[in-house]
Structures are given as C-alpha cells and as structure tokens.
Design a protein around this ligand. Structure first.
Ligand code: ADP
Length: 460
C-alpha cells in the first residue's frame, strides 16, 4: 500500500467505499423487502383463514362445506379435525403441505419441491374442535422485486467500474498541476536553468499556493546565485587590478639598471597597491564573517558622542583639503552598549563617503541624538547626491552608483555594505535619502541597550 501513488490510493478508497455502499444498500433492500413480502402474505393468509372460519358450520356434527370458500386471494384453505385428519376439501386437489399444525403461527414449508407459506388457526365451531389452515405459495423474490434485485446486482459491477474510473480521472486531473510542478522542478535542477518558473494557474487553492511559494523560493535562489556570481567576479576584478600593477612594477624594477629614485618610486607604487589589496581583503573578511554570523562584536559601554567627535577630528584635514566644512550636532551624551571599533568604522565609512562624494565649498553635517530606546546618527552632505534608481541598490556589495566617478575617487563599493552589516550586528538598521545634485542623508538607528538576539545580517 505504501508503494501506491496517491492517485491509486484515492481511487482504491472510493471504489471500496462504493462497493461497501452497494453491499449495504442491496442488503437492506433485500432484508426489508423480504420482511414486507412475508408480512403481507401473513396478513392475507390470516384474513382468508378468519373469513373461512366464519363460513364453517356443523349440522348434527356433520360439516356443511357449501358456504366455505376454499380458495381466495391465492390462498388455499384446508380444515383438519383435532387429530390432524383432513376434513375438507375432501378431494385431493391443492398443495400438499405436511407442516405441523400450530395455532396462530406463520411459517414457511417446503413440500414437493415448492415453498409454501402456512398459517393455522385452531378453533371450536358448533361444539366441534378443528384446525383451519391457509396455504399460499412462497414466491419470495421471483416477482418484480426479484427482477429489481437481479438488475441491481448486474448493475453493481458497472457502477463500481464507473466509480473507479471516474475517481481515477478526477484525481488525475487534480494532480496535473503537481505533475507540472515536478516537471518544472526537475528541469530546473537538471538543466540548471534557474530562470524557469512554475507559474500560477489562477486558482486560489493549496496547490496554486504551493506553486507560488516554490516560485518565490526560486526567485530568492536565483537572486542569491546571481549575487554570489557577481560578488566573486567583482572581488576577483578588484583584486586583479592592484595585483597587475604590483606585477608590472616588479618587472619594471628588475629591468636593466634602475636609479635609486626610480626603484623607490616603484616600491612606493607597490606599497600603495598592497595597502589597497590589504584593505579590500580586510573588508571582504569582515563581510564574510558578518554573513556567517561569526562577526562577534566586543560589547562595551561606548560614548557615541565622543566616538563621533574623534572620527570627525581625524577626517577634518581631508574635509579641509576638499574645501568642505564639517559640522557636528551632538545632543547631550549618547551612551550605548556596542563594539567601539566597529562603530568607529561605521562612522568613518559614512563620513568618508560624505566627503568623497561632495563638491568644493560644500558641507558635511553629523547629527547625533537619542529617540526613545534608540540612538539616531545621521550624516548629511551637500554633495552630488544619488539618482533614485541607484538608491535602493547602494548597500549591495561592489555596487557603485557612478562606477567611473567612484573609481576615480578611490571607492571600492563595499563601504555601505559594511555600514549595514555593522548596524545589523548591533540590532540596528541604516536608511538613505538622497536628491541627485543636492546631497544625501544617511541615518543609522542603533538600540541603546543590547538585545539578547541582535539582528541577523542579511547578505545582499
Ligand atoms: P564606495 O567605496 O564606492 O564609496 P560604498 O558602498 O560606500 O562604496 O558606496 C556605494 C556607492 O554609493 C558609491 O559608489 C557612491 O556611488 C554612492 N554613495 C555612497 N555615499 C554617497 C554619498 N554620500 N553621496 C553620493 N553618493 C554616495
């Protein structure tokens, strides 16, 4: 049974049910019809016997047969004396039934290869004791009822066949979407074509919902596979450029005679590229740890106001160099439980971006305040801004709104991913608002008190 398909199981179940129904119905029909027939025959027998009793007379001990109806409504009447000897009719015609005489009992008797229904009545008429017996053929189911039962019995196997066939076809139809689903899933896993979808049938049943859920899962899988592919290719591309520069500088330095200053310049270039690679690898490692849940912040009491002031002080020279003014709006003391090093990196990334993507004469404003149970840190700039189509994607890895301009400004496309991961491991979040050509505003929300289960990092 375990090896049968659901279609076969459902069909078997319905067929068995129909079979049981037919057996019960026919059984009931047979039982109740035979009872009705038996009772009707009994009534007719007793009526004829009673009528005959009213017609029996004895004159001076001699039976007067003239008025007795010995045959009525298919019932033959016989009279016996109290010794069981037949009194009338005297001729030997009529059914020969040798059943025992029993007063008021309706019984069935087999005589001469035929079945009879017999009813006896013991009575006293004109001082003579006698038995009056009514006998009628026991037709049983040989009449129209029998024909009906026979027809029902003949029809039963056909009914069973129709039930089984119909049930199988209906379940087969009902399972068609599942067959389609199996086919699609097989072609996805066999052909590695993640773009295929099951698609809805328009119905709102469970199977359609299952198909929809599979499609959502394939959407997520496709996005995550594509992200992973893009991430690997972006990461190799990012590492390839400095590696190529280092290689070419090394080859150049080893060529012919080189002056000491030329060699120093080559080493400087190599050092710059090595630092770039080192920083890129460190960033990638941090993101990988955050994805695997292995980025374990070292929580301690941090004065976020002081931390922001320190970062601002560090970045002040580069802001000045770009002709920018750096403002701080820190409301009171904002103390929270967090990882100081990670928060420092978060603030640095946001402020560096605000400086990097600004315009000469522009400004950068860092605001810090508490709101309820959270610290709100926002970094606002009057820079180049981000176009609306790029805004939802800027937290993605290696995503650059304006690749040429970003590369020119030394960006790697990982800064905001790191900001988001750091906010998430602290149970917080980050949002960006921006108007192209006017400036951007990045707001980080961080809970003041550490939660037991800080937010899980969502890989892009
Ligand atoms: P990057 O290292 O390239 O700056 P980020 O992840 O920090 O990488 O930023 C992703 C992209 O978002 C940047 O390439 C840039 O196009 C855009 N961006 C980030 N911050 C700002 C900002 N303050 N103003 C304008 N564009 C920004």
């Amino acid at each position: 049974m375990k090896k049968l398909s659901i279609k076969a199981k459902v069909t078997l179940w319905y067929t068995a049910l129909v079979f049981l129904l037919i057996v019960v119905l026919l059984g009931d029909l047979f039982y109740f019809s035979s009872r009705v027939l038996y009772e009707r025959a009994g009534e007719s027998l007793s009526r004829v016997v009673e009528a005959a009793a009213g017609q029996v007379h004895f004159e001076r001990g001699e039976l007067d047969e003239r008025e007795i109806g010995f045959y009525a409504d298919g019932v033959s009447v016989f009279l016996y004396d109290d010794q069981g000897r037949r009194l009338a009719p005297r001729s030997g015609s009529g059914p020969k039934v040798n059943a025992l005489l029993e007063d008021g009992v309706l019984k069935s008797s087999q005589d001469g290869g035929e079945r009879w229904l017999v009813y006896d009545r013991y009575t006293q008429i004109d001082g003579v004791s006698l038995w009056i017996r009514g006998v009628t053929p026991d037709t049983g189911f040989s009449g129209p009822l029998g024909t009906m039962l026979l027809l029902a019995l003949i029809a039963s196997p056909f009914l069973l066949l129709i039930a089984a066939g119909g049930g199988y076809l209906i379940t087969k139809r009902a399972f068609l979407p599942i067959e389609h689903m199996i086919g699609t899933v097989r072609s996805i896993s066999g052909g590695n074509d993640l773009s295929r979808r099951i698609g809805g049938s328009g119905a709102k049943d469970e199977i359609a919902r299952l198909g929809g859920t599979f499609d959502e899962m394939f959407d997520r899988l496709q996005t995550s596979f594509e992200d992973e592919k893009r991430f690997t290719s972006d990461a190799s591309h990012e590492l390839r450029t400095p590696a190529a520069i280092i290689l070419s500088q090394c080859e150049y330095a080893l060529e012919d005679e080189k002056s000491a200053s030329e060699l120093r310049e080559s080493v400087r270039v190599i050092l710059r590229q090595a630092k770039r690679m080192n920083s890129l690898i460190a960033r990638l490692l941090l993101l990988a740890r955050a994805d695997n849940g292995r980025l374990q912040p070292e929580f301690e009491e941090v004065d976020l106001g002081e931390l922001c002031a320190v970062v601002c002080e560090e970045l002040e020279p580069s802001a000045k160099q770009e002709g920018l003014t750096l403002h701080q709006e820190i409301e009171g003391q904002v103390a929270l439980t967090a990882d100081q090093t990670l928060l420092m990196r978060l603030v640095t990334n946001l402020l560096s971006n605000a400086i990097r993507y600004n315009r000469p004469g522009g400004s950068v404003t860092l605001c810090l305040r508490t709101e309820g149970e959270n610290a709100l840190l926002s970094v606002r700039d009057t820079g180049i801004g981000i176009a609306p189509e790029h805004l939802p994607k800027i937290f993605g890895r290696f995503y650059r709104a304006d690749a040429a301009r970003t590369a020119e400004r030394g960006g790697t496309g990982l800064g905001l991913s790191i900001v988001r991961s750091i906010a998430q491991v602290h149970g917080g979040s980050v949002e960006a608002q921006s108007t192209l050509g006017e400036g951007s505003d990045f707001t980080v929300t961080l809970p003041l008190r550490r939660e037991e289960n800080p937010g899980v990092c969502e890989p892009d």
